[in-house]
Design a protein around this ligand. Sequence first.
Ligand code: SAM
Length: 227
Amino acid sequence: MNAADEKTIVKNYFNATGFDRWRRIYGDGDVNKVQLDIRKGHQQTIETVIDWLKADGNLAGLSICDAGCGVGSLSIPLAQMGATVYGSDISEKMVGEAYRRAQEVLGANGSASFTAQDLESLGGRYHTVTCLDVLIHYPEDKMPEMISHLASLAESRLILSFAPKTLALTVLKKIGDFFPGPSKATRAYQHREADVIAILEKNGFSIARDGMTSTSFYYSRLLEAVR
Ligand code: SAM
């Protein structure tokens, strides 16, 4: 399958069954045990990033591009803390939900905008670019191009998370494998940390902080790269 077809599958998934599933996981309503485990793991990843950015003490007015923002799980709290957040996602449904949640939480306070745009077509310059749990949709051969593009948008910092390629995890072949039920439509790609770091370094970045979240069904390696 070529990359364009695969991207269309991902987009369609996150506009349909994937939207319903992830909106629930990234919410606070009832979910099954596996989804609850993933919700907790994801929240931990989000909290780690928030703690890092808070610790720096310069969030007010900081421009942040949240690429593949989903329902705004990171964008919204960052806007609440004073950052100027530009969230975008390939799925119209996901950004629609992000916008709705932002209105609910932020009202007239806080600056967050949400656009339906795939990250390959993003332009502009931002102090910080974040891209959490999106690389799982990218095969290895697309990684250099995609990370380099995100790096070109980042003046100072790029924060990425990805499913690490380790022996224990290579059994997970499809995103659907994380869940019981139908719709196992999209593939999940894991990445070697050394490969990701090499691409970041080639783009003039070095690793400043790192983190790892692992629960029973959620694994995410987090890297903060700075210029
Ligand atoms: N970053 C969010 C978070 O951590 O809450 C959402 C993570 S969710 C697992 C993955 C998101 O990536 C989905 O909302 C999906 O639509 C989006 N996505 C996948 N491929 C994308 C692309 N090429 N450009 C922009 N968004 C993409």
